[in-house]
Ligand binder design. Structure first.
Ligand code: HEC
Ligand code: HEC
Length: 483
């Protein structure tokens, strides 16, 4: 699927993709969106296409938030309100470690100032996250939220009949805290909801699997923000036909472009394990390395790591859809106020693919010449497709040392989403600002809600700690070598 990155990608036409779906060419539409997304993430855009923004002082890019440049059309006047950047001319300028679409070195860290404080001591620093198989966390989040909505609605019924209800929210083996509902009036019934007992999630019960802070529900939502803040490419669905970054260019990314980027990242190769690769004959792994990894996996659970980094979750429905039909995971209206349907983005013509099936980038040739698809999700002992994503999709207090210097989103300065460990062996440096140069450093930085686990880790013998690290290094990223 390698795209030549030297020719400017033609704008993707969402209506054309939708027509393909209506003509029962679902696979063709998926592949076309995937390959357009591939080009869009790799391409280095130029000013004529609208990359960058009018920062002020005649500049187009800035790595430092510039709330001080606040005259008409300058950094602080852009809409939607700029958080940082514009930083780069392509997505893979940052997302490139260890391979394209991956994480990033600290040199690519992003500084953001969402509250426009202009105070460098309050800027948030973020290390680049990897983009592999993002359909998996979104689909898991959709199913968890669906479960929680049902549990809330059932409690609502009970509160209407008996005056009060309390429900312990649970999905995929994870406890999301309690909701307490009290009837406020009858005929029609209305209910007051006390959300203070929720654990690690928002009162809307929408699981938000993206961003270090866990504050974005969908790949699409994150992507149009990234395009605006990082590249200064303003999507039509964000600003309509306006020039919100005053660079003289409108219509910088079409609805179809954002769909293509979304589908591409959703369907990128699934992070794998060294054991899996060794079993396929793709890498060498000695018997003792294998034993250490397995011992490390057991210690990972015993040390309490798995209480947040939930190793495995199954999916009832492995079909990824863009747009999704799960409330909280699609745009009823785009941020610019327009109706997605009028742009051709409809549930009836959603681009779909099977997360448990084969992915375009995962087709590899084994030593015996046979073709193997790494794309398939693994199956558990009951034969259900499982994702090994190593997160509970909750935010946790990580203690004051890891806390952000400011809390512009009101989520808690020390609160972070349990970081997925899928591929973690290959995505360093680690932690939200990239401060950890080794996995060991990342682990011992855990505090707050993770204090018990971090203490248990520090009490392990050196050889036991090495085994946990070997287990984490086993979680890696593999790219089929292209001819
Ligand atoms: C200047 C560096 C930089 C550029 C350029 C960049 N990103 Fe990112 N990306 C980041 C950082 C840093 C994060 C983590 C941000 C956070 O959590 O606040 C991130 C996170 C993401 C995520 C969320 C992943 C997850 O699992 O939570 C997505 C999706 C994403 N980027 C897509 C893109 C796309 C698409 C582009 C190009 C349009 C792009 N990025 C360009 C630095 C960059
Ligand atoms: C209370 C929940 C919790 C527990 C328990 C926990 N973690 Fe974490 N872990 C997190 C959160 C949240 C982050 C992200 C923190 C940040 O970036 O500041 C994280 C980040 C990590 C990272 C860095 C990931 C990356 O991509 O940068 C590693 C490695 C890690 N944890 C391993 C472990 C190990 C090993 C244990 C057990 C000794 C453990 N964790 C226990 C919540 C937890």
């Amino acid at each position: 699927m390698a795209a030549l990155a030297d020719e400017e990608p033609a704008p993707v036409d969402q209506h054309k993709l939708s027509r393909m779906i209506q003509n029962r060419e679902a696979t063709k539409a998926f592949l076309e969106a995937f390959s357009a997304g591939d080009e869009l993430t790799e391409f280095s855009f130029d000013a004529a296409r609208g990359v960058g923004a009018n920062i002020g002082e005649g500049r187009r890019f800035t790595r430092i938030p510039r709330a001080d440049l606040a005259d008409l059309s300058e950094w602080a006047s852009h809409f939607p309100k700029r958080e940082g950047g514009a930083n780069a001319t392509s997505c893979i300028a940052c997302h490139n470690a260890p391979i394209a679409n991956g994480a990033g070195d600290v040199a690519m860290n992003v500084l953001v100032d969402p509250a426009h404080t202009g105070d460098a001591t309050r800027y948030l620093e973020r290390n680049t996250l990897p983009l592999f198989a993002l359909g998996i966390p979104q689909r898991l989040a959709e199913e968890i939220s669906t479960d929680l909505y049902q549990q809330r609605d059932a409690a609502h019924q009970v509160a209407c009949t008996s005056g009060r209800a309390s429900v312990q929210l649970e999905s995929k083996g994870v406890d999301y805290g309690t909701l307490t509902l009290k009837r406020a009036s009858q005929d029609p019934c209305s209910v007051d909801t006390d959300s203070s007992g929720l654990s690690g999630i928002d009162p809307d019960l929408v699981i938000k699997p993206f961003g270090w802070k866990g504050n974005h529900a969908t790949i699409r939502g994150f992507t149009r923000n990234a395009a605006h803040n990082e590249l200064g490419l303003q999507a039509v669905e964000l600003v309509g036909d306006q020039d919100g970054d005053f660079d003289g260019v409108v219509n910088e990314l079409t609805v179809g472009d954002v769909t293509a980027l979304t589908v591409y990242m959703a369907a990128l190769e699934r992070p794998v394990t060294k054991i899996e690769l060794a079993d396929l004959g793709l890498i060498d792994l000695s018997g003792s390395e294998r034993t250490d990894i397995l011992a490390g996996e057991a210690l990972f659970a015993q040390t309490g790591c798995a209480s947040c980094h939930t190793p495995e979750m199954s999916l009832r429905d492995t079909t990824f859809k863009e747009p999704s039909e799960i409330p909280g995971f699609y745009d009823a209206r785009f941020p610019d106020g327009s109706d997605p349907n009028t742009h051709g983005l409809t549930v009836a013509s959603a681009i779909t693919f099977n997360l448990a099936g084969d992915q375009p980038n995962n087709s590899i040739e084994l030593l015996d010449g046979s073709i193997h698809h790494l794309g398939a999700m693994r199956q558990n002992t009951e034969g259900e497709p499982v994702a090994r994503w190593y997160t509970d999709f909750k935010r946790h207090d990580m203690g004051s040392d890891l806390a952000d210097p400011d809390d512009p989103l009101g989520l808690g300065a020390s609160m972070f989403l349990t970081r997925s460990l899928a591929g973690v062996g290959a995505t360093g440096p680690w932690l939200h600002d990239g401060r950890a140069t080794t996995l060991q450093e990342a682990i011992v930085s855990h505090a707050g809600d993770a204090s018990d686990s971090a203490t248990a880790y520090s009490h392990l013998s050196e050889s036991e700690q090495t085994k946990i690290v070997a287990f984490l290094e086993n979680l890696t990223i593999y790219k089929a070598v292209e001819e």
